[in-house]
Design a binder for this molecule. Structure first.
Ligand SMILES: Cc1ncc(COP(=O)(O)O)c(C=O)c1O
Length: 429
């Protein structure tokens, strides 16, 4: 078989490397003898399905992992895809940039966007920075976001406050109703408000913001609406074109289970021209030779530039393919069911307060608790050292709480361990 560059690249994009690697031009990559495959749901054997899901992760059993909100582990098919792509690209010393396009189609479809509306970035923070730095803002212009924003969502704006003199206006998230959050945002709007940003799901208490309603509010006032979806995509189904925001950024390496250092950034088709690219280079514009008039690519991919690691991108596309096969709704329902058990049972423990909202439409798969007598670090350390539970201490905004993430590889038995551990913490600390 004669392998030219195109068939080589196509081979990498298929998800299984072995077929291409049997070509005579290059030695086969050391991919697993049998490529790992995704578990397929069988309604007759749901427990077997969830066991197979867990088994598809190389993630060790100890400590029990409950921090997908921090970083999501990858499943074996993602790891295989990523490593095989990187290995084969190195065998040819190719960058593999052509692999971005099929991956873009896969990811865009998954999040309900057109492929030219998304670009591959390194993390959600990078997408947030592109918006903060790229919108035409001047001194005194105002941006509204919630006080619980992650530094990856707030620092890009505080940086613009330093660089361009914009003003940050914060609202405290309200855990009682979506309408209350809408009202808090509305109350901060002034004639100088140029941007509203929210975390789709807050990293502190796992509160789900009413993003569609906020999009309508922002649109009615001619205000740019940006969503930091780092905690949302992969935890709950998200359809960007339906949501109505102007821009959205999310991590690949959390709930989607993509490789570390993957993120996706979306700008709605008709808003593309409003975001000036801060970085520009090869892959961002059509300009083979200088001098000339720089013509940006007609899509959000104009924000990609320079040499990248295509293995990360094919790994991310594989993670998306896996979630599609396992079922977006099923994944969301599983994480929520486990979180509901935690919310219910942990609320009953004396000395423990659950900060995650009760309302069904304001929570998903993260549960945050406060201990009456000790702070975040002490509770976190106790749960890890004494009960082998890897949660996440949350100290942002002086909250002093611990966050528990429940994803597809977690089980009801894991929840039992958490409940027992927290009960013990309430007694012992
Ligand atoms: C709401 C939110 N935004 C941004 C980030 C940063 O994500 P990344 O590391 O992908 O930039 C996080 C990480 O926890 C987050 O929870």
């Amino acid at each position: 078989m004669k392998t030219n560059r195109r068939t080589f690249i196509q081979g990498l994009g298929t998800g299984v490397v072995g077929a291409w690697a049997s070509g005579s031009v290059v030695a086969a990559a050391p991919a697993p003898a049998v490529a790992a495959s995704w578990p397929i749901f069988d309604a007759a054997h749901p427990a077997a399905f969830w066991r197979a899901v867990r088994a598809s992760y190389p993630l060790l059993a100890d400590p029990l992992y409950l921090n997908t909100g921090g970083i999501g582990p990858v499943a074996q098919p993602v790891l295989d895809q990523m490593i095989a792509t990187m290995y084969q690209l190195q065998q040819h010393s190719e960058t593999g940039h052509d692999l971005f396009e099929p991956a873009r189609v896969t990811v865009a479809k998954f999040v309900g966007a057109q492929s030219r509306e998304i670009s591959f970035v390194r993390n959600a923070t990078e997408g947030n920075c592109i918006i903060a730095g790229g919108l035409a803002l001047t001194a005194g212009d105002e941006v509204i976001f919630e006080s619980h924003a992650h530094p990856g969502g707030s620092f890009p704006w505080y940086n613009q406050a330093k660089l361009r003199g914009i003003t940050v206006r914060l609202f405290e998230p309200d855990s009682t109703s979506p309408e209350a959050n809408l009202a808090r945002i509305r109350a901060l709007i002034t004639p100088r408000t140029k941007v509203i940003q929210v975390s789709h799901i807050t990293c502190t208490t796992g509160l789900v913001m009413p993003v569609a309603a906020i999009a309508r509010l922002a649109q009615s006032q001619g205000i740019w609406f940006h969503v930091d979806g780092a905690q949302a995509v992969g935890m709950i189904p998200v359809s960007l074109n339906e949501l109505g925001c102007d821009s959205y950024a999310f991590s690949g390496h959390k709930w989607l289970g993509g490789p570390h250092e993957t993120g996706v950034f979306y700008i709605r088709r008709d808003r593309l021209a409003d975001v000036a690219p801060t970085y520009m280079g090869a892959h961002g514009a059509e300009l083979p030779f200088l001098p000339g008039d720089l013509k940006y690519f007609d899509g959000t991919m104009r924000h990609e530039y320079g040499t990248r690691n295509a293995g990360l991108i094919t790994g991310l596309a594989e993670a998306v393919r896996g979630q599609t096969l396992m079922g977006r709704e099923r994944i969301a329902a599983h994480g929520r069911e486990l979180a509901t058990v935690l919310l219910t049972e942990l609320s009953r423990i004396e000395g423990i307060t659950v900060l995650t909202p009760r309302a069904d439409d304001m929570r998903a798969a993260m549960t945050t608790i406060r201990h009456a007598r000790v702070g975040a670090h002490k509770l976190f350390t106790y749960l890890l050292d004494e009960h082998r539970l890897r949660c996440r201490p949350v100290t942002e905004q002086g909250l002093e709480v611990v966050r528990i993430s429940t994803h597809i590889f977690n089980s009801p038995a894991d929840c039992e361990r958490v409940i027992n551990g927290v009960r013990a913490a309430a007694r012992a600390l």
